[in-house]
Design a protein around this ligand. Structure first.
Ligand SMILES: Nc1ncnc2c1ncn2[C@@H]1O[C@H](COP(=O)(O)OP(=O)(O)OP(=O)(O)O)[C@@H](O)[C@H]1O
Ligand SMILES: [Mg+2]
Length: 1013
């Protein structure tokens, strides 16, 4: 047997083609079971599975039978893909009451058809039923097969479900049963979709993630008989469906209140263009040449030379808009009839053609059958009585009942062919009276019958006054290319100046937005739809606002990919043959561009084979060839495609690839490692080999600083600049400016254990009273308990004093709540034993640091050295005998934490990770603390500090503690944002500052901070 997609020979009994990954089975639209291609009926339920149904082709990394190429997938953690999908939960409300007092079989007879209705509605829109329960279903759209309009499909399925349930309820109601009502919840979001083998060679797909739970919760919020949808759904489907705002609801498991909408019906805007028109078009830019080509074709057609014009481009490039822009002129030439295919319409018989005929015969939704028949018959006979023979065929197609027995005499196929022929004659005859323009949009979704009609029409219009305008995406193929009256217009994305003009019209000329505009143009690569959606998303989330002019309300470093754009790109990527897709995902991890030897090394695929797949990717316009580092290489055509491909990979899989890429760079460029340091830092920093990443990162930071120094561009590396005021006399306290206030105060009674938050505290010249007064120290090695491998556990021990410690007095007893919930007390003699047992090493509780006590930190994290294990004595800038790493007070500004949170939104920049003593509420720039170094600051009425040095950060900020997960990205974000040259310590990632106390005093939350001189 040969593959139905690529014709490669497929081994007997195998379900997928080993060459292109296409499934060799058809999916039954009713029961979802698979039948071999070529069969007409499902062997399980007898439903027709004729040519209309496309084979399921699971995406590369969801296909469990696909032989892995780039990565060995034997580990569970890397199976599956991240996907944005729509989940749908539906159940029968009050099913218990419904079947109360019924025999189980009678109950089944009542409930089962309702369940089947729900399943049918999901399958009708190509959804996937994940699970059925006794009285409900859980389905998803957008996986395992990706659909760019997954949210729309889910809502259409939900509406269909509710419609059919109402009909069913009325039917059983007539028989005296209780009515049946359903509730549906729909939500769109990111999940991990994992394939699970369930025996018999069958595979099931399960979405896992918070979005799934939210979908389920929405269902419970749906009014009975109705559909509840989230804000994410509304944003995607506004216009296509009608929404009724149900306000904010508290949803279990979600911190913030959730906006809920009731979906009340279909909207008026079926196509994207209609939706765009509804929201107001952007100013039309560029496309002068293409407009001329269309106008020229219209002129030719008027002169009696029929024309076929095809506009081809990727989604969102402006095919429909180009047609729209010529409409006024084309309408002036004569009749215009427009129709389009819809993505879920491939299986709907002649949908676009029927829509076109409705327009032609002016059939309105409210017309009854009689009226419709009348309109058809009158129009045909009025046009030309000789066309009377086509009447029965057209009436039949429009489901208006044939007027005589003509159709009974011919078989179905002949009927079909005569119907197409009849419509063709009708239009050709019409064009004799008045020129006729027929517009068929989105042929990539066309059904086979409409296609057959179009082929017939295209053959016949060369000498008619008919202009056939079609548009489609590049994957569509047709057979009109060799006709002399065929013109293809290939739309490229907008160029730089047209894109800038379009954004200028949308955002105005505010200078503040120029960087943003540049970023949008770069990311969208000139695809107008992507530009529009990005701007819309920025308005939706409040980043942009209207205030007389468009303004930016907050600083923006990264652009999120709107889910509408993500859906289009993910669907494109998923249509790739499996190996090509996997290669695309792999190179997306390498970067925007990549030299050939590196791809060969990373993928481990021979150059010959690789060339073939890269050609596929080039053909699909994902990448194009270029020169990279003097070698032949490739570059992603669009940064967004790279981002989306990268985002589909599970984090674990990305980590493996990043490490492999790091190793490949080292192997491919052994003699020029220095040129690749920052790239190596980037890849290792995102891999499981964080230590190596940190080594390169430190090195990379130093290199950046040196480069910047050469060009005097210190700003670019956020350099630490020593203040000239560092030797100011502490006594002369004159306020020079106020810097915000104290947000929170923290104390850490035991070094490396969790801290306690305080409302106020006394700060002595040795720091906050009671801070780091104890440490558990390894007796043998004389090291404090901060070593990475056990610090993680230490952070989950919560110490607190039984009474407030006082400066100069004995340290009060400390209670330590262990992770088990048990409390131990420092006054009890077994405290050391309990902790030693918990950590399986002999630990001593000390209240004074012995001389030479070391702290261990991972290689290269501090000290900047690449090879040495770094250990350094405690308390460089702190009083002798204390357990401080460096200075005795540690400050951090809230603006620094906020900024880090923004640049790495997935990380949790919780104060607890940073272990500061004082968090300063500040609206100033991020890392403002760098500029405080050397300055004298007064807090409240008494305390005066001098800031000594930025606080270098090591692995400890990344550690898990209590509810915070382990997250190397935290340190990475700091390193990317704020490398500081700390002299002998090297060039290090820093956040916050250390300070020494110049004048002791009490502080409390809300106290103001002032620079004093
Ligand atoms: N030249 C242009 N100037 C300004 N806006 C444009 C231009 N071209 C397209 N747009 C806008 O971009 C959006 C997408 O355009 P359009 O719907 O025509 O894309 P398409 O190629 O038809 O996409 P699809 O394949 O998904 O149907 C629309 O909102 C449209 O108004
Ligand atoms: Mg379009």
């Amino acid at each position: 047997m040969n593959c139905i997609q690529c014709n490669f020979e497929v081994q007997k009994e195998k379900r997928f083609c080993s060459e292109c990954g296409a499934s060799q089975f058809l999916l039954c639209p009713k029961c979802n079971s698979k039948s071999p291609v070529g069969k007409s009926f499902c062997a399980d339920c007898g439903t027709s599975i004729g040519i209309a149904h496309t084979p399921i082709k699971p995406p590369a990394s969801l296909d469990v039978d696909q032989k892995p190429t780039v990565i060995d997938e034997s580990r569970d953690a890397i199976k599956g893909e991240r996907k944005v999908i729509t989940v749908l939960f539906a159940d029968i409300k009050g099913s218990m009451e419904l079947i109360e007092n019924l025999d189980p079989e009678d109950a089944r007879a009542l409930v089962e058809p309702a369940l089947q209705l729900m399943i049918d509605a999901v399958l009708h829109y190509d959804g996937y039923v994940v699970q059925t329960t006794g009285d409900g279903i859980f389905a998803m759209f957008g996986a395992p097969v990706v659909h760019e309009d997954h949210a729309h499909r889910a809502l259409y399925a939900a509406l269909r479900m509710q419609g059919h349930l109402k009909e069913y309820s009325a039917r059983i109601g007539a028989k005296g049963h209780q009515p049946i009502q359903g509730r549906v919840g729909v939500h769109t979001g990111e999940v991990v979709v994992r394939p699970l083998r369930i025996g018999n060679g069958q595979v099931e797909y399960t979405p896992i993630g918070h979005s799934t739970s939210l979908g389920a919760r929405l269902q419970t919020l749906a009014p009975v008989g109705s559909i509840a949808a989230s804000e994410a759904i509304r944003q995607l489907c506004e216009g296509s469906c009608e929404f009724n705002d149900l306000g904010l609801s508290r949803v279990k498991g979600v911190t913030e209140l959730v906006k809920v909408y009731e979906v009340t019906g279909m909207g008026k805007q079926r196509t994207r263009m209609q939706r765009s028109a509804g929201q107001g078009f952007s100013k039309f830019v560029g496309r002068a040449r293409e407009l001329d080509a269309l106008k020229n074709a219209a002129m030719q057609m008027q002169a009696g030379n029929g024309q076929v014009v095809a506009i081809v481009a990727e989604a969102g490039t402006g095919k429909s808009r180009l047609i729209f822009e010529t409409m006024t002129e084309i309408r002036a030439t004569g009749n215009v009839l427009e129709t389009s295919s819809v993505s879920h319409g491939k299986t709907s018989y002649c949908l676009p053609l029927i829509e076109l005929l409705h327009l032609y015969f002016a059939i309105e939704t409210q017309d009854d059958e009689h009226k419709r028949r009348e309109k058809v018959i009158n129009k045909i006979t009025g046009l030309d009585p000789k066309l009377v023979d086509i009447q029965p065929y057209l009436l039949n197609l429009l489901k208006l009942g044939a007027s005589d027995d003509t159709l009974l005499e011919v078989d179905e196929r002949t009927q079909e062919l005569r119907t197409w022929e009849g419509i063709k004659r009708l239009f050709v005859r019409e064009s004799i009276n008045r020129p006729l323009t027929l517009i068929f949009e989105d042929l990539h979704w066309i059904d086979d019958q409409t296609q057959e009609f179009l082929n017939l029409l295209a053959d016949a219009i060369g000498t008619a006054r008919i202009l056939l305008i079609v548009n489609y995406r590049p994957e569509y193929v047709h057979q009109w290319g060799n006709k002399s009256y065929f013109t293809q217009i290939r739309l490229d994305p907008l160029g730089q100046s047209a894109s800038t003009e379009m954004l200028g019209a949308m955002l105005g000329s505010n200078e503040q937005l120029s960087d943003l505009k540049r970023l949008i143009v770069e990311k969208s690569s000139g695809t107008p739809f992507f530009m529009e959606e990005m701007v819309k998303a920025l308005f939706d989330d409040g980043t942009l606002a209207h205030d007389g002019k468009v303004i930016l309300t907050k600083k923006l470093d990264e652009l999120d990919i709107p889910s509408s754009v993500q859906a289009i790109l993910a669907a494109r990527i998923d249509r790739l043959p499996s190996q090509a897709k996997e290669i695309l995902q792999t190179i997306a991890v390498i970067g925007r561009e990549f030299p050939m030897p590196l791809i060969v090394s990373v993928t481990g695929i021979s150059q010959d084979k690789l060339e073939k797949h890269l050609k596929e990717l080039q053909g699909g316009e994902f990448i194009y060839e270029t020169t990279v580092l003097g070698e032949r290489g490739y570059i992603f055509k669009s940064a967004l495609t790279q981002d989306v491909a990268y985002n589909t990979l599970l984090v674990e899989r990305r980590k493996i690839l990043h490490e492999r890429i790091g190793a490949s760079i080292e192997a491919v460029f052994p003699n020029s490692i220095d040129d690749h340091i920052s790239v190596l830092a980037y890849h290792y920093g995102r891999s499981n080999n964080i230590d190596l990443g940190m080594q390169y990162l430190t090195h990379s930071g130093r290199q950046k600083l040196m480069d910047a120094r050469k060009t005097s561009d210190l700003g670019s590396v956020n350099s630490f600049i020593k203040s000239e005021n560092s030797d100011l006399a502490p006594e002369s306290h004159t306020t020079v400016s106020t810097i915000d206030s104290v947000e929170s105060i923290w104390r850490y009674p035991v070094k490396s254990m969790a801290g306690e938050q305080l409302a106020s505290v006394f700060v002595s010249d040795k720091g906050i009273v009671g801070d780091r007064v104890y440490a558990f120290v390894d007796e043998e090695s004389n090291r404090a308990a901060v070593v990475r491998k056990w610090a993680e556990s230490f952070l989950n021990y919560h110490p607190h004093f039984v009474s407030e410690p006082k400066s100069g007095s004995e340290i009060p007893t400390l209670q330590i709540v262990m992770p088990s919930g048990e409390t131990i007390t420092t006054s009890n003699s077994d405290v050391e034993e309990r902790i030693s047992t918990a950590f399986a090493r002999k630990l001593k509780l000390l209240a004074t640091a012995p001389p030479g006590l070391l702290i261990e930190v991972p290689k290269g994290t501090l000290g900047g050295s690449l090879s040495e294990v770094t250990e350094f004595p405690l308390g460089g800038g702190a009083p002798a005998g204390a357990f401080f790493d460096y200075g005795c007070l540690h400050l951090i500004a809230s603006s620094t934490l906020d900024h880090l949170q923004k640049v790495y939104p997935k990380g949790r920049f919780d104060v607890r990770r940073f272990r500061p003593n004082i968090v300063i509420q500040s609206d100033a720039a991020a890392f403002i603390e760098n500029s405080w170094v050397g300055r004298t600051i007064a807090i409240g009425n008494e305390l005066v500090l001098r800031v000594s040095i930025p606080c270098p950060r090591c692995i400890s900020v990344t550690l898990a503690q209590d509810d915070l997960p382990r997250d190397p990205g935290i340190l990475r974000a700091i390193a990317e944002q704020n490398m500081c040259d700390l002299g002998d310590f090297g060039n290090l990632p820093c956040a916050g500052v250390y300070a020494e106390v110049i004048h002791a005093g009490k502080i409390q939350c809300g106290d103001t901070l002032r620079f004093v001189e």
